[in-house]
Design a protein around this ligand. Structure first.
Ligand SMILES: C[S@@+](CC[C@H](N)C(=O)[O-])C[C@H]1O[C@@H](n2cnc3c(N)ncnc32)[C@H](O)[C@@H]1O
Length: 287
């Protein structure tokens, strides 16, 4: 079992991993800093979720909205298109530059979800598309979201559902597990990459959010080939690629063989793939 990423519900086999949240956050920040140029494959999938996240947070004209982990800025841009007064924020300066170049009318700033650089009770909505699973201290991130929200404001965060449902990541994670590839030492253990609905509800409730609810989105992502899926994930993710790249050649070959075989289950008559994608969107209201 590849403990830091492949686990479905949170625990590692044989007990909880020892987490160094600072080391984990440094690893994530450095990884995303290096990804700004190549992050692209996942964007069409994450953008399909954006409308649900914005609706869950009540984003609309005149609302003051903070997009945390804004990446290339697509969610912030969608919020601005709805007439919201939007600010984006990301821990990776290269992502901030990319977003600011793509969306010059929206302010993007550097900052961490665990220490949001805005004052208390200053925004109507906090939204985050696929960032919650990248923070070393999820409780601190939720406390920060609550701090910056005005009473009555909504927090909405999307996360990838379990790999057995979200085959976009699950195919490669299953292939890594099947090949028996150990996680390299240089990969710091972090909080689980995937959370059950119960875990998400519990985290939000313990952070003081009310009316906590989860929407589930399922759709199929069209991908031209197994090779495109392989390259896309290795170029767009941060914690999964080291599980492949840092293996010896024979293990990498076993992972690829398993990956191609598992991906073939989703092949369409024209040879392309239709990959099942599953996402949770969790929201809670600041009381
Ligand atoms: C998977 S990408 C998602 C980007 C964008 N929201 C989207 O949907 O395409 C995760 C983003 O979160 C940012 N990020 C990771 N950890 C963060 C943290 N602790 N605080 C703020 N941003 C963070 C990364 O730099 C990256 O841009």
């Amino acid at each position: 079992m590849v403990q830091p990423v492949a686990d479905d519900a949170g625990g590692a086999e044989g007990g909880a991993p020892v987490i160094d949240a600072d080391a984990f956050n440094r690893f994530e920040a450095a990884g995303w800093e290096a990804r700004a140029g190549s992050y692209g494959f996942l964007s069409p999938m994450t953008q399909r979720v954006g409308g649900t996240v914005l609706a869950a947070a009540g984003v609309g004209p005149g609302r003051q909205v903070l997009d945390v982990g804004s990446g290339p800025g697509d969610l912030a841009a969608a919020a601005a298109d709805l007439g919201a007064d939007t600010v984006g924020m990301d821990v990776a300066p290269s992502m901030v530059r990319r977003a600011a170049t793509a969306h010059p009318s929206i302010p993007f700033r550097i900052g961490s979800f665990e220490a949001i650089p805005v004052g208390p009770a200053t925004v109507d909505a906090v939204v985050g598309n696929f960032v919650f699973n990248h923070v070393g201290r999820p409780e601190a991130a939720l406390a920060e979201a609550r701090r910056v929200l005005r009473p009555g404001g909504w927090l909405a965060l999307s996360t990838w559902d379990a790999p057995r449902r979200n085959r976009l990541l699950g195919i490669l994670l299953d292939a890594i597990a099947e090949a028996g590839a150990p996680a390299p030492d240089r990969l710091p253990a972090g909080p689980t990459n995937f959370r059950t609905d119960e875990e998400l509800r519990d985290l939000f409730a313990r952070a003081g959010f009310a009316e906590v609810g989860i929407s589930h989105l399922q759709f199929q992502a069209p991908v031209a080939s197994a090779g495109e899926l392989w390259d896309g994930i290795l170029e767009s993710a941060v914690r999964i690629p080291p599980l492949v790249i840092h293996q010896p050649p024979d293990v990498r070959a076993r992972i690829r063989e398993a990956f191609d075989r598992l991906a073939a289950a989703y092949r369409r008559p024209d040879g392309s793939l239709a990959i099942p994608v599953a996402v949770q969107v969790t929201r809670g209201r600041r009381t």
